[in-house]
Structure formats: C-alpha cells, structure tokens
Write a protein that binds this ligand. Structure first.
Ligand SMILES: [Zn+2]
Length: 285
C-alpha cells in the first residue's frame, strides 16, 4: 500500500505500510554491477534487495565527515551491502516478515551513518588490572555502536570488489555487529551470539542458544590457536583477518563478511559455521 505521507509521519506506520521512493534503474545497475556478491544473486533476490534498499535509504541519514559529500551512488553502495544479510532472514522479533522492509527493525536502534573519507582515528582509553590507564590511538575502517550510528570509511567501502576475493567487507562487518547487538541490555556487550529465530535448526530456544555458543566457541578457539601458531612459529596464517582473534564479537563480524562474499571458501575453511550461519541468515529461505 503506497501512502504519500512525508517521512516523519511514515515512521509511525508499521513498516509494511510505508512506501519508499523507488531506486532509479541506472543507479541500481551501476552500483550493483561493482558488487560481485550482489550480481551473484538471482534476479528475484536482486529485486527484493533493491526494495529493501529503498526503505533503508528512506530511514537512514548519511553524514559525510570532513567535508565528504555523500552521493546517491555512495549511499546506495552502502545500503546494498548493509541490507544483503537481511534478505533471507526472519524479523528481529523472530516472526517471518510479511514484507522484507519489516526486517529493517534489526537496524532500528539508529538512524545515522557517518562516512569518513579515509580511515578514522579514535582515541581509546583502557584501565588495566593494576589500575593504570592506557591511552592509545586506533585506526578504524568502521565502527558500530549500540543505539548509535554506524561509522564507515569510504576508502574501505569503495574497495568492496577488490576485497571480495579476500572474504572482506567492512559494511557487512559493521552491520553484523548491529545484528549481534540487537536487543542487548544497556550494560551488555556484543558477544557474537545474536538473537536466534524460533525453531533455529529444529532446536528449542535454550538448546539453540547453547548450540550456537558451543559451535562459535570451538571455531573461535581454533582460529585463535591458528593465529598464535602463525605468529610464534611462522606457520601459515589462517584465512581471514587475525583481528577476528581479538574478541568473539569480532570473530562473528569477520566471519560474516566471508560468509556473504566468499561462501565457498567459507564453507571449506569454517565448515562448522556454515549450517549455523545458514540457520540464522537463511531462516526463511
Ligand atoms: Zn568489529
């Protein structure tokens, strides 16, 4: 149902009743032809992704940092990759969506997407076990905050096609964090265990959660060991960024990148995670 209401009023409507301005065909083809993991989708899936992107672009606000001007092409490049994980998913509340746009509830905790021209430098502060405060600078390609904006480096986003063979994708990484953070309490931290759909892999809720945690823990431990072996004994480093060894949430986000852009290699390298991620990301496929 198309309702010609201005955007602020539309946000009060259930998502399935909202209309979104359609995406120009030339723009869509221009953007997606540069994203091999989108052109690999069926025509029907690409059309559904396009509709999802139209709603995403209507709901989100892009901000260019340091004078960066966000073009339609840039915004759509980000939208297509941010929406890709939602395509075959259930709704954030567990039910099957009547309209794909309802799945944007997964990203409903924020509106702003900040795009930096290059890598951003963040000032960090940690207090160690001795009570000593350490301050350091961290170079970021992207960042996602619970109930806050997503930050992306355009430099990194624009290399999506080039990074695909490596199983890397910064947009999918940051939006995977958003999935992980969904429904979290204010004092909680993401931990690589997003809310699972009812009947996940045919299991009851408690068993499903336990199965997810056990499988992830085993894969994470194996990955950390491979990284440590490579560092200490000069062995072959594991596929995927060793940043995945820093925290279970980062392991989830990094492996999600690979799952969506290099599925075959992902299946070879992380076979235990394939049925797990299929159960989560293809719950209504
Ligand atoms: Zn991350």
């Amino acid at each position: 149902m198309a309702l010609p209401l201005p955007r602020p009023l539309q946000t009060w409507l259930p998502r399935r009743w909202r209309s979104a301005p359609p995406i120009d065909t030339g723009l869509w083809l221009g953007v997606t032809s540069a994203l091999p993991f989108v052109t690999a989708l069926s025509i029907r899936e690409q059309e559904r992704l396009r509709t999802l992107c139209a709603h995403f672009l209507q709901e989100k606000e892009f901000h260019g940092a340091h004078g960066l001007v966000i073009t339609d092409r840039m915004a759509l490049t980000i939208a297509a990759q941010a929406c890709l994980p939602l395509l075959q998913m259930h709704c954030a509340h567990g039910n099957v969506a009547q309209e794909d746009a309802e799945k944007l509830d997964w990203y409903g905790d924020f509106v702003g997407i900040v795009v930096q021209p290059g890598a951003a430098v963040a000032q960090r502060e940690v207090t160690d076990g001795m009570g000593v405060v350490h301050r350091y600078r961290e170079v970021l390609a992207g960042e996602a905050m619970d109930r806050g904006p997503v930050m992306l480096s355009w430099d990194e986003v624009s290399r999506a096609a080039e990074l695909t063979p490596l199983g890397k994708n910064v947009v999918i990484h940051e939006f995977a964090h958003k999935l992980d953070m969904h429904g979290m309490g204010r004092a909680q931290q993401p931990d690589g265990a997003p809310p699972l759909p009812p009947g996940f892999l045919g299991l009851g809720a408690d068993d499903a959660r336990q199965h997810w945690r056990n499988t992830m823990q085993e894969a994470y431990t194996g990955f950390k060991e491979a990284v440590a072996m490579a560092e200490r004994f000069g062995g072959e480093p594991p596929w995927l960024d060793d940043y995945a060894a820093t925290h279970p949430a980062e392991f989830f986000a990094v492996t999600c990148e690979a799952y969506f852009v290099q599925r075959e290699r992902f299946a070879q390298e992380l076979p235990a995670l394939l049925p797990l991620y299929d159960g989560f990301f293809r719950s209504v496929a």
